[in-house]
Design a protein around this ligand. Structure first.
Ligand code: HEM
Length: 505
């Protein structure tokens, strides 16, 4: 292994607690962005015995995550990912983590697996259903639900945020399990998933006290101040239900011959070719992989689409330009289809700008290094938690002038998408072999939803009781996946295409 050398620059650590006080608690990407001006594009922090590396620029991302990707393939051994019993024996910390992993019920989610054969196996299984050559299968369902969303928005825009979420959720559940879901939060399967995913934020690195002080999970639950442990027990049940209930429903539908084409059906059919008795190990993988789509796909896609609505309300000229493009290419007698996409550069620029403007996962998902490494003379110790400040990269004023403004035109040159401009799609979905396997599917969802909405609706700012637009300072949430949470858009039909929505009913 390499000889330890100078660590990358960063604030001076204190005895015992290291840089714990230097790590920003709320919207850390903003604080890290400021610190990078002082310390540079590769920063080092120390907290509770771990090195935390923050990358602030595309070149360093490329060098570490792409060129030396095998070093950065793992995930932090958080409370979530300590899955391997074999690892427990020689790591007391991990052992506590392991206890909590089972308490939280997230030990089956491959997004948190450490690097190893199990991750590879799951990853291959997910990718088989989401790589670009197969996702066109899902277009009809994505299109249908984008259109159902239009009627819902028209009938009640006070629940816009919820309607958008149900539309994405219903599509994910339908393509995965092949069962009917009503596009409403009261649907049993949708609400099972919603209960399950609530707990994700709790367990992501840094957001839980248990993360830094895992021994807390050992306390007996009758002690005062241990309410979080009882919460854990409850959320664990919810997490298991989201994994098991839809899977069992899909199997039942299959055995009764009423299952439509779906990811679950194709997995079960493949299993039954393996042997007469379904191999339980493989069935477990199929069940886990099925549930991952919702767990990983809902908050992210929802955040991006909510930000899209806010952008449209704030930038009416962008909306008008997009509608002019849609009128010219799609025309007013039908709704947009996937086949239109290549002819809609302005819509495509809006998608890029939406991803960039308020990045949905501003620090991505943490990686962990599994070997010592050296980058430009700086030593990156094995076991470092490595994160990319995607927010910084997407707000670099040298690349995106006036980055706080929503300007789709920044991606254009002479009426076409300019390949020379840094593409948000290459950053928002992560890096290296752990890049989001759902990115092409997610991109398709964004396209059909955004095109359908712009074609038929006008989006406006929130209004007060006198119908006057309300001015608000935008506020984003903090956490793994973030969105603007204090801006409720309103919608009205576009007169030119209103008939198209009415005809859907
Ligand atoms: C706009 C929507 C989405 C965004 C912004 C997004 C973003 C991300 C990011 C940043 C990562 C971490 C990559 C890394 O470690 O470097 C990730 C991982 C992942 N995403 Fe997505 N994602 C989205 C939608 C989806 C969808 C729809 C699915 C499922 C079909 C999905 C499945 C996954 C899975 C399974 C992982 C874990 C990969 C691994 O650890 O090997 N994502 N996503």
């Amino acid at each position: 292994s390499l000889r330890p050398g100078r660590l990358p620059p960063g604030p001076t650590p204190l005895p015992l607690i290291g840089n714990l006080l230097d790590i920003p608690r709320v919207r850390p990407w903003l604080g890290f962005n400021d610190m990078a001006k002082k310390y540079g594009n590769l920063m080092h922090f120390r907290a509770l015995g771990r090195s935390i590396i923050i990358i602030n620029d595309p070149d360093t991302v490329m060098d570490l995550f792409e060129k030396r990707s095998t070093v950065y393939l793992s995930r932090p051994q958080t409370i979530l990912s300590s899955l391997y019993v074999s690892q427990i024996a020689h790591a007391p910390f991990e052992q506590c983590n392991h206890v909590v992993a089972f308490r939280t019920g997230w030990e089956w989610n491959m997004a948190f697996f450490p690097y190893g054969p199990k991750w590879k196996h799951y990853r291959r299984a997910v990718w088989a259903y989401y790589h670009p050559d197969v996702i066109a299968k899902y277009y009809p369902c994505q299109t249908e639900n984008a259109r159902r969303l239009l009627s819902k928005l028209l009938s009640d825009d006070t629940r816009l945020v919820e309607h958008v979420r149900s539309a994405i959720g219903a599509t994910l559940v339908t393509i995965t399990y092949g069962v009917d879901v009503t596009m409403d939060s009261s649907d049993t399967l949708l609400s099972t998933f919603e209960e399950g995913v609530k707990s994700i934020q709790l367990f992501v690195s840094g957001s839980s006290v248990l993360e830094f002080i895992p021994i807390l999970s050992r306390l007996p639950t009758w002690l005062p101040g241990t309410a979080y442990l009882r919460d854990l027990a409850r959320t664990r049940q919810a997490t298991y239900r989201m994994r098991d209930v839809p899977w069992n429903a899909a199997k039942e539908a299959l055995s009764e011959g009423r299952a439509s084409e779906s990811i679950a059906r194709s997995m079960v059919e493949r299993l039954s070719h393996l042997s007469d008795d379904v191999d339980l190990g493989e069935e477990m993988v199929a069940r886990d992989v099925s549930a991952i789509s919702y767990a990983a796909g809902i908050d992210t896609t929802h955040a991006v689409l909510c930000n899209f609505f806010v952008a449209m309300a704030l930038y009416p000229d962008v909306q008008k330009a997009a509608q002019a493009e849609l009128d010219a290419i799609v025309g007013q007698s039908r709704l947009p289809e996937f086949e239109d996409r290549d002819n809609l550069p302005y819509i495509n620029a809006i998608i890029k700008e939406t991803l960039r403007w308020h990045p949905a996962a501003p620090l991505g998902l943490a990686h962990r290094s599994t070997e010592d490494d050296i980058h430009e003379g700086y030593f990156i110790p094995e076991g470092s938690i490595v994160m990319v400040n995607v927010w910084s990269i997407m707000n670099d004023p040298a690349v995106y002038p006036e980055p706080e403004k929503f300007i789709p035109e920044r991606f254009f040159k002479e009426g076409r998408i300019d390949a020379a401009v840094r593409d948000p799609f290459a950053y928002l979905f992560g890096f290296g072999p752990r890049i989001c396997p759902g990115r092409h599917y997610a991109d398709a969802s964004l396209f059909i939803t955004i095109a359908s909405v712009l074609h038929t609706l006008n989006i406006h700012p929130p209004r007060d009781s006198n119908g006057q637009p309300i001015q608000t300072e935008l506020r984003t949430t903090s956490g793994l996946v973030v969105h603007i949470d204090n801006y409720r858009c309103t919608v009205t039909p576009r007169s030119a295409t209103e008939e198209l929505i009415r005809n859907l009913d």
